[in-house]
Design a protein around this ligand. Structure first.
Ligand code: ADP
Length: 226
């Protein structure tokens, strides 16, 4: 099944990729493909994949490219990806970006739309350590910047809000280091091809959503589809 257009959200952990990806994917009617969510789901279901990646994620290190690419290939073969999809947390290394390029080419589709959510280190810690996720629907909150109406409870479905195991200060440091080393070079990889857009992700979640909405709308206008 072919992919019509891929949108990629780049940016450090804590840039708000997950929150924004959910909103923008809903806006565009395409699936939101978060490799982090997919692997956390495998961990909680106790599958072989989950057993393999759980300890790596706990340490804030990157999972191997082979495992990630296999997971992505299987997911992209699902019919709901035929009209496009939004990647969040993928690609995260140069080999993953090259692997995705091959898949997109094989599917007969053009360049992805890549958006870098740029934000300084000072904001990241606050966002990561303040993050809480709904244990039912996955909605993301932040105790400082985007609190739920009732402490610890999801506004949407009343689910209990939980903190991610890798959002502790020590693991966050590892994740930021992995980003600097392996993922940041991807901005140059896409910039040199002229497909990179940069959005200031240090502002409020709603302002970031507006900026992303504009970019995605322009892209739709140019291509007639995402
Ligand atoms: P964040 O971007 O906030 O760090 P994610 O949910 O995207 O969170 O990822 C959580 C963890 O899952 C990462 O620290 C890493 O261990 C693993 N992971 C997610 N996506 C990838 C990927 N594309 N390649 C390698 N590891 C990944």
């Amino acid at each position: 099944m072919a992919i019509r257009r891929a949108v990629i959200f780049l940016g450090p952990p804590g840039a708000g990729k997950g929150t924004q990806a959910k909103r923008i994917a809903r806006l565009c009617g395409v699936p939101h493909l978060s490799t982090g969510d997919m692997m956390r789901d495998a961990v909680s279901r106790g599958t072989d994949l989950g057993k393999a990646v759980g300890p790596i994620m706990q340490r804030g290190e990157l999972v191997s490219d082979d495992l990630v690419m296999k997971m992505i290939e299987e997911r992209l073969a699902q019919p709901d990806c035929a009209a496009g999809c939004l990647f969040d947390g993928f690609p995260r290394t140069l080999p993953q970006a090259e692997g995705l390029d091959r898949i997109l080419e094989r599917s007969g589709f053009g360049e992805p739309l890549v958006v870098d959510l740029a934000v300084g280190d000072d904001k990241l810690l606050r966002r990561l350590t303040g993050r809480r996720t709904c244990s039912v629907g996955g909605e993301i909150y932040n105790v400082y910047d985007l609190p739920p109406k009732v402490n610890g409870i999801c506004d949407n479905d009343g689910g209990k809000l939980v903190q991610r195991a890798d959002d502790t200060a020590e693991v966050v440091k590892q994740r930021l280091a992995a980003y600097e080393r392996a993922t940041k070079p991807l901005t140059e990889y896409y910039r040199s091809r002229g497909v990179l857009q940069v959005v200031d992700a240090s502002v409020s979640m709603d302002e970031i959503s507006r900026a992303l909405g504009e970019i995605v709308k322009c892209a739709e206008g140019r291509n007639g589809h995402l």
